[in-house]
Design a protein around this ligand. Structure first.
Ligand SMILES: C[S@@+](CC[C@H](N)C(=O)[O-])C[C@H]1O[C@@H](n2cnc3c(N)ncnc32)[C@H](O)[C@@H]1O
Length: 197
């Protein structure tokens, strides 16, 4: 379900986000708490799509650096359903204006982008990796092991796309699930977060 995320800072700026509408404010609050309490210095998102979660994360903590990866640009996103091309271009231009958000176009599993992910995810300061690309399970399994103690691993569509397979269960042994507010779950929030022990 794609909802609309209305910018809190720029009049008329609207992005699409893969979250239930009611889960958006709870996600904002949760992200703010996690970023502050875990002293996150870098957010890495796999799956920019139309930039909704990117814009939300940027507005939650405008000073944090966000690297976001997708095989397509925001303006060309095939995920676009609810905003016009002009609105999608406005989001892309807005995000490109800040040096806090860097967009990377290309496959996260190969080439330059894969190398960038392999480098930044090993950096020693605290990071939040949000897996919301085309194959979340593979993203978790390939990039999660690069994270250091205290880093956060987030995944979208936990129940529908990732679930509790034995492989994921054993992969998550070095992680501690972060408590998710029941309000978030009842609002349809399907992201889950884990901290590397
Ligand atoms: C579910 S959408 C992301 C939604 C976005 N995070 C949001 O909240 O609005 C998944 C995105 O992953 C991208 N994607 C799929 N496979 C990819 C890959 N191998 N590398 C990078 N991005 C990929 C797709 O183009 C698509 O835009």
């Amino acid at each position: 379900m794609r909802s609309l995320y209305r910018s809190k800072k720029v009049d008329g700026l609207v992005a699409e986000i893969s979250h239930e509408e009611k889960a958006i404010p709870v996600m904002q609050k949760f992200l703010k708490e996690v970023i502050v309490s875990s002293e996150i210095g870098l957010v890495v998102e796999i799956g920019t799509a139309t930039g909704g979660w990117t814009l939300l994360a940027h507005e939650v903590e405008p000073n944090i650096t966000i690297l976001t990866f997708d095989i397509e640009s925001i303006a060309d996103s095939k995920k676009r359903q609810r905003v016009t091309p002009r609105q999608a271009i406005a989001v892309q231009r807005h995000l490109d204006k800040t040096d806090r958000v860097q967009r990377f176009i290309g496959n996260c599993f190969s080439g330059c982008n894969c190398q960038i992910l392999n480098t930044v995810l090993k950096l020693s300061f605290a990071k939040l990796l949000y897996c919301d690309g085309g194959d979340k399970k593979r993203e978790m399994l390939e990039f999660g092991p690069l994270l250091n103690s205290g880093d956060i691993l987030g995944v979208h569509d936990w129940v529908t796309d990732v679930s509790h397979s034995d492989k994921i269960q054993s992969f998550l042994l070095p992680f501690r699930p972060l408590p998710i507010n029941s309000e978030f779950v009842s609002a349809g929030g399907s992201s889950r977060f884990f901290m590397k022990r």
